[in-house]
Design a protein around this ligand. Sequence first.
Ligand SMILES: [Zn+2]
Length: 88
Amino acid sequence: MSFPFTTLCPHCSAEHDRATKPFNEPGSLPGSLGPGDFSLCFNCGQWSVLDRNDMLRRPTSTEARRIKHDPRCTRIRAAWLLTHHTST
Ligand SMILES: [Zn+2]
């Protein structure tokens, strides 16, 4: 489920009018993007992190390592690559 929620990608500046949590951590609410959650930009395929002001920012080096080693992030980005590159 996605929610009306305007965000701006810190990588490509694409504006998104909806955002959804790509996966749920134990104890978190399903679908609701919250501070510290990762978000994949549908336009450029880069990961961002929601900050406490509901703004997306680039991941810190620690977060980037978590993203790199999280198989859920790897699978989601692989799916994005498939849809992005097979449509041309
Ligand atoms: Zn982007």
